[in-house]
Write a protein that binds this ligand. Sequence first.
Ligand code: GLP
Length: 242
Amino acid sequence: MIDIRRFPDAQNAAAAAADFIIARLHAKPDLVLGVATGATMVPVYRQLVAAHRAGRANFARMRCFSVDEYVGLPPANKASFRATMAAHFYDPIGIDPARCFVPDAMAADLLAATHNYEAAIVAVGGIDLLMLGIGTNGHIGFNEPPADLAGRTCLVDLTAETLAANAHQFDAGILPPKRAITMGVATMLDAREILLVATGAGKREAIARALLGPLDPACPASALQSHPHVVAILDAAAASGL
Ligand code: GLP
């Protein structure tokens, strides 16, 4: 049963998501946190950084695993998810970059990179808390529909819908990658707890399908219904189809 929590607006939802993460960090200072990029998470990271600056949270012992990364974007490219995470979260909290893992999407052998990422997660004892956003087409990470709901970390082709939704992340003149490495749905479901965050009317339909619909590869996020510990933090607009 997914624990659905509604908030009046995106700002309040982000604050609640940050408080949730901080509570887990207090309980386990060496928390292994799975992290998502995307516009939804920006205000969540802003709140976490504010908590760090106010001395309300100490992230020094945390380890982070990004859910996905574009293939072929050098980490220095500001649209790469490594650079995005550094800008919004890692640099402001001053965490040692060696504690922050991202799939190696520049590797010559991308298949080996997917296996290495799975091994790195296992090596730290698994993910304690996984933050997830949701795509308008129901994707989680970059598991595009129809998704393999039993899949592990893998190489994926991005859909036209996702490429269009993420086009704003790229400077003019940069051709957005059409492929990515993403944690698989099964990799995500191995996390001990999952925090799904969705805000805005654009997510209304995806949230309704994910939380109320059947378990369906056509809506990868519906797989979250099979996990025993999922909290969904939604603003009123995203929750309006429930
Ligand atoms: C992106 C990312 C996801 C993210 C989702 C929603 O493509 N790969 O990790 O959660 O889509 O993004 P946004 O929050 O910008 O709507």
